[in-house]
Ligand binder design. Structure first.
Ligand SMILES: NC(=O)c1ccc[n+]([C@@H]2O[C@H](COP(=O)([O-])OP(=O)(O)OC[C@H]3O[C@@H](n4cnc5c(N)ncnc54)[C@H](OP(=O)(O)O)[C@@H]3O)[C@@H](O)[C@H]2O)c1
Length: 188
């Protein structure tokens, strides 16, 4: 779901190309950690935000510019980007319009971008709604097999701990993904 959401935003909707610059908010999260890797695999320059605790992960994912949003205002660093991926919303989305170049795009996972701001800055928007797509999943699987995308797994829990996993997901501060183990893999 995380990879598919990132793919449908960056590739299907945003049509991100080599040489373009994208600002990815929450680059350490379930969607963001895939989005960073997909953008890099497509040859884009990636600016990504996360809190202090996740700066090391952004570096491991080879982002070009890592921003600690608890210390630095992203708009002081990111300017004239081609695209923004926003999985956070609210103030983060409100402050994002001004960093996009004319003709660029703001893609939100959680809110409907403000038409007045879009017109003021001469930019486009998309509200992303992930949907099942075999062709997209096949392309993602090929990148995983080629080692170009590595799922970031923060914790593996037994199915009995599904409630704990859900509580972690609800914090909106998960590093990559939490995996629920349903059964042991067959031996041999
Ligand atoms: N529209 C769709 O089709 C669709 C699909 C999938 C998900 N979603 C939604 O998209 C959102 C993100 O999903 P997810 O699975 O990626 O969530 P997640 O795994 O909880 O990740 C959220 C990320 O946002 C970061 N973050 C939190 N506050 C931030 C801020 N103020 N500025 C920048 N980064 C911030 C966190 O990093 P730190 O811990 O370092 O703060 C974390 O890495 C959720 O609300 C989810 O429901 C929508």
């Amino acid at each position: 779901m995380g990879a598919l959401t990132a793919w449908q935003a960056l590739v299907d909707v945003g049509q991100l190309r080599a040489g373009q610059t994208i600002l990815i908010h929450g680059g350490s999260g379930g969607v963001g950690s895939f989005a960073v890797q997909i953008a890099k695999a497509r040859g884009a320059r990636v600016i990504a935000t996360a809190s202090t605790a996740n700066q090391d992960l952004l570096k491991q994912l080879y982002v070009d510019v890592a921003i600690d949003y608890t210390k630095t205002r992203f708009e002081d660093v990111a300017k004239d980007v081609d695209a923004v991926l926003d999985p956070v919303g609210k103030e983060t989305l409100a402050r994002s319009y001004g960093v996009v170049k004319k003709g660029g795009i703001v893609m939100s996972l959680v809110a409907r971008p403000d038409p007045v701001e879009l017109q003021k800055h001469g930019i486009r928007s998309a509200s992303i709604s992930v949907h099942p797509d075999t062709a997209d999943l096949t392309e993602i699987a090929q990148l995983v097999d080629a080692g170009k995308i590595k799922p970031v797994v923060t914790e593996v829990l037994p199915l009995n701990d599904a409630v704990k996993a859900q509580q972690q997901a609800a914090t909106h501060h998960t590093r990559g993904k939490v995996v629920l183990r349903i059964a042991d893999e067959p031996k041999g």
